[in-house]
Write a protein that binds this ligand. Sequence first.
Ligand SMILES: [Zn+2]
Length: 427
Amino acid sequence: MQVTNHGVVIHAFGWSFKARLAKFVRAFICALSVLFACFLVAPQISAAQDLSVLAKLDVAETSFGDTGPDVEVVLALSQPVPWRTRVLADPPRLILDFREVDFGPIANVPVRSAHIKAVRAGIFRPGWSRLVLELDGPYMVTRAEMGTEGAQVHVIVRLGPVDAAVFAKAAAVPEPLDWALPTPTTPLRPTQDKNDRMVVVLDPGHGGIDPGAERNGQSEAKLMLAFAQQLKELLLREGVFKVVMTREDDIFVPLETRISIARAESADLLISLHADALEEGEAVGAVIYTLSGEASEAAASTLAERHDRNDLLAGVNLAGQDDLVATVLMDMARTETAPRTARLAASLEEAMKSADLKMHRVPLQSAGFSVLKSPDIPSVLIELGFLSSPRDLARLTDGTWRARMAEAIRDGVMIWVQEDAALQGLR
Ligand SMILES: [Zn+2]
């Protein structure tokens, strides 16, 4: 067995039966190594987003199954990569992080386990892929090996049921300090020193390990990224905006980081872009959401909770989120920001209606979306449509429709900017 300084655990498969004891000791050390790997892994936070994938997944050789009460995961990779395991609670999950695996085809692997409730995978942060298995109860890793067999590398992870207290302790182990995604933080800064350019933050929803809604091979994450890039170009052409994106790639960005990015850029407004799936009610057409403690529609609170849950499942807890803005006199700022946000939403609605774009029967709604919680930045979340509606799906994947929608949003923003400036002048 070889343990590198990255905390990589590499095993040779097909070992001879020299001694049962040796095997036991080896397995034990191996499990220990993985535990320590949690602390040893020191992911380099590189400024450049290196998205080159190192290892490919062999679907045919990959499996999820049960052995009695235990769960066994076997992943076949094209080459060894640094990796680590850990568990997280609420809901109980096994997290496997790799540097870096293309998990694209994992949806084709049948889950033959009664204990695995859901499997999701994708890029968690630049250079790191994450596989998340949602479990039906508390389990701990009893075996974790990466071994080579010919040209192929097998990762074997076995889970055994444990009592809740043991699990809770393991799940509560904090991540290494530099493991969390970089969160730009900045003091509040007046908007004058920006060459008079308004800063618009575009926030394509989801990304990486969190694809958002998926229908007919389309994912909300990818559609919204493409749309945001299109909208960015349109806004830049006006010559009065600086446009910042919360993500430029198909990568996971926690909700908290999205807000941090807006703050670091002293954003004048934030537009979060989504196209979720929502089966209940008549979810069709665009909706513009603003922040409210109380949801205007039941479906709106479902959406807000689901977005928070996506973060949680990916391994990011929003519990510290309110600390982020705790230094701001939040209520005061919100009192001032709320009417400006309401006018932004109304302006966007008007622009979409005059462009004859399909809107929801209640086009302006409110809910407790975490990404809208900056107290001093007018922020809206636009559901451009719902992937669960075949008609919306057809529109969202139609280039002409998307261009019209992007133009309408640009127009709505432009009108709001002028109105807002005029009203600010009146104070
Ligand atoms: Zn969404």
